[in-house]
Design a protein around this ligand. Structure first.
Ligand code: SF4
Ligand code: SF4
Length: 451
């Protein structure tokens, strides 16, 4: 009874704080502009099955993919045992499924144990790979500090989780022989069947019960701690990868969204339409592109929160490879960090940041004005270095598109601020004068007449 009450209290408190954190993430993602994404639901579901569930894009590098798969499948299948832990915790039972499922129960728990061992091997390998080997994509400047610690913490958490499972199952196996009335027969479990007696065989009944309860609570508390830790970690991708893949762009790679107003101007300039829209009618100077998360689509902010910080994009980026400052991973991390900064200020209701023009008593996304923007996180040098080759998009295992925010920031710089690199000016002049990027006085396709 006391244990059930304690269980209920722990789960309720952890659930409450986790709910608050996930609600905060949801709100931060919606700092971005609304964008309706709903065409071709069948293709989107297929993408979720292949890319999010099936991890299709991970298999470009098979060894990390297989190791990652061990951890992923172990995580998913272990939820069955977790479900039993929850029911046991609430009802005061012990292994409530065992008597009903018989041999199938033995198979499922044994399978979880085998997966846990494989996940343990993968975890230790990943720890060694991150900390002992100098893999270039794990040694970039954007991973200094918290991102590196975050990656290690979660791997240590995985080891704690696995330790909990084997303490719980191992001691249980021995207790089944001593107190069968309370510890129902699970059959011979694949790992604990021999590991349990080997590790705990000589212990007293009291000590065995202590080890079993320690493992049970350790497993539960690690899962609840993990749930509360996720919103602050790159491992949020284990949840967000599914919606992110579902809402990912279905257009051909590299196809850019036109800006209708600009397109109309250009068509007018090239004589393709008779009249052009007056974009500055009414005295308002139109704004193009994005300078902050409020100007990006909510999908781009979702991209940023889904980023696994794996660095596959940066590893494939020709600008980064040739020593430029650009790292598409950093672009996504910066967008998330900026959304977090805005969210924190709104949560603490920092009224000093209320826009004097918009006014209000409470700081919200609508009246937010801290005088900063994404350009305080992402330098001009970074966005200028992008060749829009889309190698980063191709490399991303969760269908994130770093090119979209890079282009939006560039559009803001060029079209709204009317600035940009001096070297680009002749190109703009050529486009304006001859409708092509080259300074050629004749029509750019005139050579075809002679061909
Ligand atoms: S599109 Fe830009 S950021 Fe992406 S890989 Fe190419 S150069 Fe790098
Ligand atoms: S954008 Fe994609 S490829 Fe790049 S670090 Fe994030 S998850 Fe990895």
């Amino acid at each position: 009874m006391l244990q059930s009450l304690l269980f209920l209290l722990v789960v309720a408190v952890a659930g409450f704080f986790a709910f608050r954190s996930f609600r905060r993430i949801y709100r931060n993602i919606h700092f971005g502009k609304p964008e309706a994404i709903n065409e071709d639901a069948a293709q989107r579901r297929k993408n979720v099955l292949l890319v999010a569930f099936g991890q299709k894009k991970m298999f470009k590098q098979w060894l990390p993919a297989v190791l990652h798969l061990f951890i992923y499948v172990a995580f998913v299948i272990t939820q069955i045992e977790l479900l039993e832990i929850f029911i046991d915790g609430l009802t005061g039972n012990h292994r409530i499924f065992a008597p009903y499922l018989g041999g199938f129960y033995t198979f499922v728990i044994g399978f979880i144990e085998v997966l846990s061992v494989l996940a343990f091997v993968a975890t230790v390998t990943f720890l060694a790979r991150r900390n002992l080997l100098k893999i270039p994509r794990f040694t970039k400047p954007e991973l200094e500090g918290w991102p590196r610690l975050d990656a290690n913490l979660i791997l240590f958490g995985e080891i704690i989780l696995i330790t909990g499972i084997f303490c719980m199952n191992g001691a249980d196996v021995v207790l089944q022989k001593i107190r069968p009335e309370h510890y129902p027969d699970t059959g011979f479990l694949a790992i604990s069947g021999w590991l349990g007696p080997l590790l705990f065989g000589g212990l007293s009944e009291g000590a065995l019960v202590g080890v079993e309860r320690f493992g049970w609570w350790l497993h539960l508390l690690t899962v609840l701690a993990f749930l509360n830790y996720l919103p602050y970690s790159k491992h949020l991708h284990i949840m967000l990868a599914f919606p992110n893949v579902y809402f990912s762009c279905l257009k051909p790679r590299g196809e850019m969204d036109n800006m209708p107003v600009i397109m109309n101007e250009v068509k007018g300039m090239m004589g393709l339409v008779q009249e052009t829209e007056n974009t500055s009618e009414g005295g308002d100077v139109p704004e193009f592109g994005a300078k902050d998360v409020f100007d990006l689509s909510w999908k781009t902010v979702l991209d940023a929160y889904t980023c696994t910080e794996c660095g596959r994009c940066t590893e494939a980026c020709p600008a980064n490879i040739t020593g430029k400052k650009l790292s598409p991973r950093k672009i996504m991390m910066d967008i998330r960090d900026r959304a977090e900064e805005i969210g924190r200020n709104i949560d603490t209701n920092n009224t000093k940041l209320i826009s004097p023009e918009k006014g209000g008593e409470v700081l919200t996304a609508e009246n937010y004005a801290d005088g900063k923007s994404l350009f305080d996180y992402i330098s001009r040098e970074e966005i200028h270095a992008c060749t829009t080759c889309n190698a980063c998009v191709e490399a991303c295992p969760v269908l994130i598109n770093p090119v979209v925010p890079i282009l939006e920031l560039r559009r803001y710089e060029i079209l709204t601020e009317a600035t940009g690199p001096q070297e680009w000016v002749p190109m703009f002049t050529s486009v304006e004068n001859s409708g092509a990027v080259w300074q050629m006085p004749v029509s750019r396709d005139a050579w075809t007449q002679e061909a």
